[in-house]
Design a protein. Sequence first.
Length: 246
Amino acid sequence: MAGERERAEGPEGAGGYAERPSALLPGAVVWSKSTAPSGAGSPVLPDGCMDLLWTEGRLFVAGPDTRAYTPGALPEGRYVGVRFAPGTAPAVLGVPAHELRDRRVELADLWSGAEARRLTARVDAAADPTAALERVACERAGRGPAPDPLLARVVASLAAGRGVAETAAAVGLGARQLHRRSLPAFGYGPKTLARVLRLQRALALARSGLSPAETAAVAGFADQAHLARDVKELTGTPLGALLRGT
């Protein structure tokens, strides 16, 4: 799941992308990417996550995606992000996830302009912007409410391939209650989150060498045709093309 928002291509400098687990935020991933002049951004696949991002002079947020997001030409420079575990970003950002669904939003539109400018200048001036952004996110998380453990249980259940009804029963909620709790936490209902997490399982299995038929069976699809339809609907690209890295 962590590797899909920007698929890792080796150490930074070999493909320009690197990531690591956050040492300060449980479940989060910290990443950095360098872009060439007028470089087109790689498609960002749905993964159930939200990111706090920095590039020089700018802090912004990537909301939860329901489909692949393809950025336009990116200015040359370095991009750094903190990718929060599913359901944990709203407590840090102070904004319900569904308000940011399929959007990229300037931090100044979510927090005060003065605060956004101060933090942008702080990361701009840091010798290590990756560590500085991670610290900003950690400090903000420390001011907010603790993560709701129920949300982690929902993610774990759906990620394991359990259905929405089974997951709702396991966490002690009705289906409608689970849907209401999911919107502000994940940006969409549990059915969509389940599809996104199943997509991530399928991509990981396929990249490990399983055939499409085996991938469909293990990831929980009805058949290979179901896998192909879901991949195309969620990413806009056939599975074979994704595996070739296009």
